[in-house]
Design a protein around this ligand. Structure first.
Ligand code: TXA
Ligand code: MG
Length: 366
């Protein structure tokens, strides 16, 4: 049932929220919508509950979870202290898609933090998420509610596709608004460090707290996607292959302009189809008429990158469902939310970035 369009206070007593809360209080994880992607939540103070998240997702135990709260006054015991810059960021961006890495408090399950002395915390801007946290009275440890390695879920159907039979249920809040996971910033040091780009951009952070560093692993996200072992990112999750469909994904560079990029992609599509592969192209509204392939999907409006962010994961799942063997994806300028988009696409492509060039008829470079 879609239960999104009610205020938080009304939602707390909603029978579905109450049922979900009672599962949480019995240490069973439940999936729920946030404004970014769906999460799989469990009591962050219970080892037993949190363990079930890792089991359901098939998530590596060294990848820590984000703790979700509904009010700032619930931070005691979850975090050890709140540095000034963190306080400013909370005031400005919470509730919202910003996760802060802080010194860990004593009450959080060690399984949540994967043994680190820091904990990631955020307050989601979604009435269902906030109502669930209020209704069960517990902070919720929640990763994205997908099987590990699959695209994050932006619809309840995605959650069910991945986790049916492995979790007791999902609260359906319809399609999520932002579509990419939250921005993660480590605020434990002197200069905050961006660990994962997301809906809140580096520029927006710097406008309120001054300079923010980027984790070196981010600057090398291409290389990281190619050979995860070479870089050791501070956000453990960044080293895993993520967001990837089963087919072979190629990201195509925008460096020579949009026309060149599209001409080259169509050349690749023609060659691959001649060789008997099923081929998909992910483009934007203005590119739909440029392609002939087995599946051509628009990610939205190139001039409004939020529309692209919102649709990416659904599109990656659609090419999987259609069993596409080769998937070509157009690049985006890595500015503002484009940075988060390109970060996720690099991962989906496992670092395979193609530069447009003439293809000779006989070549078969892949
Ligand atoms: O938008 C989101 O953040 C969604 C929704 C459900 O809130 N959640 C989400 O969780 O994306 P997950 O588990 O898929 O990603 C959490 C990221 C991982 O990259 C993890 O390594 C990092 O946060 N992380 C968690 N705790 C950390 C810590 N103490 N230090 C550094 N990175 C941490
Ligand atoms: Mg995830």
């Amino acid at each position: 049932h879609n239960i999104v369009d009610k205020g938080v206070d009304n939602l707390i007593t909603h029978p579905h929220i109450q049922e979900a809360a009672s599962w949480i209080n019995r240490d069973e994880p439940v999936a729920f919508p946030t404004e970014t992607v769906y999460g799989l939540g469990a009591n962050a103070l219970s080892d037993k509950a949190v363990q079930k998240i890792f089991a359901a997702k098939g998530r590596p135990a060294d990848n820590p979870l984000i703790v979700h709260i509904s009010r700032v006054d619930k931070l005691a015991g979850i975090v050890d202290k709140v540095p000034d810059k963190a306080r400013i960021l909370m005031e400005k961006f919470w509730p919202g898609s910003l996760t802060l890495v802080l010194p860990c408090g004593s009450q959080v399950s060690r399984i949540v933090t994967a043994g680190l002395d820091t904990v990631a915390v955020r307050m989601p801007a979604h009435p269902v998420a906030l109502a669930l946290i209020e209704a069960c009275g517990k902070p919720l440890a929640a990763p994205s509610a997908n099987r590990s390695g699959k695209p994050s879920p932006t619809r309840a159907e995605h959650v069910w596709h991945d986790l049916a039979g492995r979790i007791v249920g999902v609260l359906d809040g319809g399609e999520t608004g932002i579509g990419l996971e939250s921005t993660v910033v480590d605020v434990t040091g002197e200069v905050p460090v961006l660990l994962r780009p997301g809906g809140v951009t580096k520029g927006e952070l710097e406008a309120v707290i001054g300079p923010v560093d980027a984790d070196p692993a981010l600057k090398h996200s291409m290389e990281l996607a190619r050979s995860p072992q070479t870089f050791r990112p501070r956000s453990p999750g960044m080293k895993y292959r993520h967001y990837a469909p089963d087919g072979e994904v190629f990201l195509v560079s925008l460096a020579k302009g949009i026309q060149e990029m599209r001409r080259f992609i169509q050349d690749c599509v023609n060659r691959d189809r001649q060789q008997g592969y099923t081929v998909a192209v992910l483009t934007t509204d203005d590119g739909l008429s440029c392609y002939s392939a087995d599946l051509v999907l628009s990610l939205g409006n190139r001039e409004e990158l939020q529309t692209v962010a919102q649709r990416i994961y659904d599109a990656l799942r659609q090419v999987d469902q259609a069993r596409m063997q080769k998937i070509y994806i157009e690049s985006f300028p890595p500015e503002a939310v484009g940075e988060a988009i390109m970060n996720r696409l690099h991962k989906a492509a496992q670092g395979r970035m193609l530069e447009p060039r003439p293809l000779s008829n006989s070549s078969s470079t892949h």
